[in-house]
Ligand binder design. Structure first.
Ligand code: A2P
Length: 262
């Protein structure tokens, strides 16, 4: 038995795999309810069983829409109402899920374009790990550029592992090898690229190191997920250049979502 719908209307799923990356970050996989449908890049409400009404929090699904299981990438917060307990889960434990998924970091909320930039900080990379493994993303955009900025190098590892897995994936691996670029930077420890993504974009270092041209609203589409500050700063940079925010009903040339915080 892998899943069941409880009288409360929540799915009870089983943890199959847990990997701790740092003392602040971990990923986990759970069984997927057969009837759960979602679009790559969406989030779902999840929680842990407890006495009384369970506390549910929004989590981006890091696996693509076609996957048989569901992957999540989470922060650990010592006194976070959910993550304080969630960080201790083990294979075999139960996770509760709401059946409804939603979100704006989906291909439908963007107009087609030549390049798709996916800008993330911290756990904000999760919805992009879903999108880079979806063939639809490669159909809609010519080139995919995923950025991930964290404080330290060990926090970038999930992104490196996910990109490597995508390039080895039988479904999208060939396209990803040709058309997916990964740019990782750190802000509090020296690495190949140093600094906030906003600083690297403004200085031009980001485009130079990818050997590509600066943002252009006609051909480029941008998704952002992560810290509230990063989203605000990139939005303030894009809007004067003529980028307009998209939604599910009105596709535009950029979309944003804040990452789960605790
Ligand atoms: P910084 O170390 O300079 O604060 P966190 O771990 O706090 O969630 O942050 C994840 C990453 O997001 C960090 O590298 C952090 O850089 C970066 N960051 C925080 N605020 C902004 C911002 N306003 N613009 C761009 N990057 C940001």
């Amino acid at each position: 038995m892998s899943s069941s719908l409880l009288p409360s209307g929540l799915y009870a799923e089983r943890v199959t795999d847990v990997q701790h990356y740092t003392d602040r970050l971990f990923r986990f996989r759970i069984t997927r309810p057969q009837s759960l449908r979602f679009r790559s890049g969406e989030f779902v409400m999840l929680g842990l069983p407890q006495d009384g009404k369970p506390l549910m929090r929004a989590y981006s699904i890091a696996s693509p829409a076609w996957d048989e299981s569901l992957e999540f990438f989470s922060i650990k917060v010592a006194e976070g109402p959910l993550t304080e307990r969630l960080q201790k889960i083990q294979p075999g434990d139960t996770i509760l899920l709401r059946p409804k998924t939603t979100g704006t970091l989906v291909n439908d909320a963007l107009l087609p374009g030549k390049r798709l930039f996916m800008l993330s900080t911290g756990t904000g990379i999760a919805p992009f790990v879903s999108l880079i493994r979806d063939p639809e993303t490669y159909e809609k955009f010519g080139e995919l550029i995923l950025t991930h900025t964290c404080r330290s190098k060990d926090e970038l590892q999930y992104g490196f592992d996910s990109v490597a897995a995508t390039k080895a994936d039988p479904l999208v691996g060939e396209e990803a090898t040709l058309r997916l670029k990964h740019f990782a930077s750190t802000t509090r420890e020296k690495s190949e690229h140093n600094g906030r993504i906003t600083t690297l974009i403004e200085s031009g270092e980001f485009f130079t190191s990818l050997n590509t041209s600066a943002f252009d609203p006609e051909h480029d589409r941008i998704m952002m997920c992560g810290s509230v500050g990063m989203i605000k700063d990139v939005r303030d940079m894009l809007e004067p250049q003529g980028f307009t925010e998209g939604s599910n009903n009105h596709p535009g040339n950029f979309v944003v979502e804040r990452a789960f915080v605790g």
